[in-house]
Design a protein around this ligand. Structure first.
Ligand SMILES: Nc1ncnc2c1ncn2[C@@H]1O[C@H](COP(=O)(O)OP(=O)(O)OP(=O)(O)O)[C@@H](O)[C@H]1O
Length: 217
């Protein structure tokens, strides 16, 4: 499956946020999006998900234009920047709602066993992120969007999460963004940089220096 988005125009009042986006993501490869604070990474993921309506956009899946928000057809799972599990929901209930197996989760993350009947808000920020990433990655979906999956996650778990993300790519489209750019470049097969409202496909990592995204890669 191939997902493409282009012709995006997103403005807030007189401020132009996105105006020259082309992004192509396909099953079997992971697509990373990089860019400075406020360049429009989260907006772009929300536009793909369908929760943000820009002035113009064109989304195609396998060359067919998609006119309805993608979230309506349940083929897409989105880890947004902010928690999506309600604070007072028990962790076991969230796993039931997502139809994700609790025992498989705790075999990968044994330290979470004690949280089964705990309410979501009692977990630390990093622990909440790990639960949500796991649910999103394991939900039945063709497309996965991850907005800052590594934010607040301890280094030991980052490697594990990267391995999970990598595992998903064989039958899903995965698009992710994070400020931990080395993790993003490490796990991604193709990289887009958003600069001045436009996407630039990065072929060689030193282009990230040329575009002044990093001082030294
Ligand atoms: N609801 C809104 N009203 C006005 N401006 C907005 C709104 N949402 C986003 N913006 C602006 O759009 C721009 C892009 O925001 P976005 O959250 O997509 O950036 P980002 O690249 O994800 O940033 P960060 O890396 O800091 O999370 C920012 O300048 C932001 O201030």
């Amino acid at each position: 499956m191939i997902l493409e988005i282009d012709n995006v125009e997103l403005n807030y009042k007189k401020k132009s946020v996105l105006n020259g986006v082309y992004l192509k993501a396909e099953t079997g490869s992971i697509t990373g999006i990089l860019g400075h604070n406020g360049c429009g990474k989260s907006c772009l993921l929300n536009i793909i998900f369908g929760s943000l309506e820009p002035k113009y956009k064109l989304i195609r899946i396998d060359n067919k234009p998609i006119l309805e928000p993608l979230y309506l057809n349940n083929r897409i799972a989105f880890l947004s920047q902010h928690d999506f599990i309600p604070n007072r929901m028990k962790i076991a209930t969230a796993f039931k709602l997502f139809r994700v197996n609790w025992d498989n989760f705790t075999s990968e993350f044994p330290l979470f066993e004690k949280y089964k009947l705990q309410r979501f808000h009692k977990l630390s920020g990093g622990e909440r992120r790990i639960v949500e990433i796991y649910l999103v990655l394991n939900k039945t979906a063709d497309i996965i969007l991850l907005d800052e999956p590594f934010n607040g996650v301890a280094p030991l778990y980052i490697e594990k999460i990267k391995a999970f993300i990598h595992h998903q790519k064989y039958d899903k489209i995965v698009i992710l963004t994070d400020h931990r750019y080395k993790e993003v470049t490490d796990v991604s097969d193709s990289i887009y940089l958003i600069k001045n409202g436009c996407t630039k496909l990065i072929n060689k990592m030193n282009e990230l220096e040329d575009y002044r995204y990093v001082n030294q890669f």
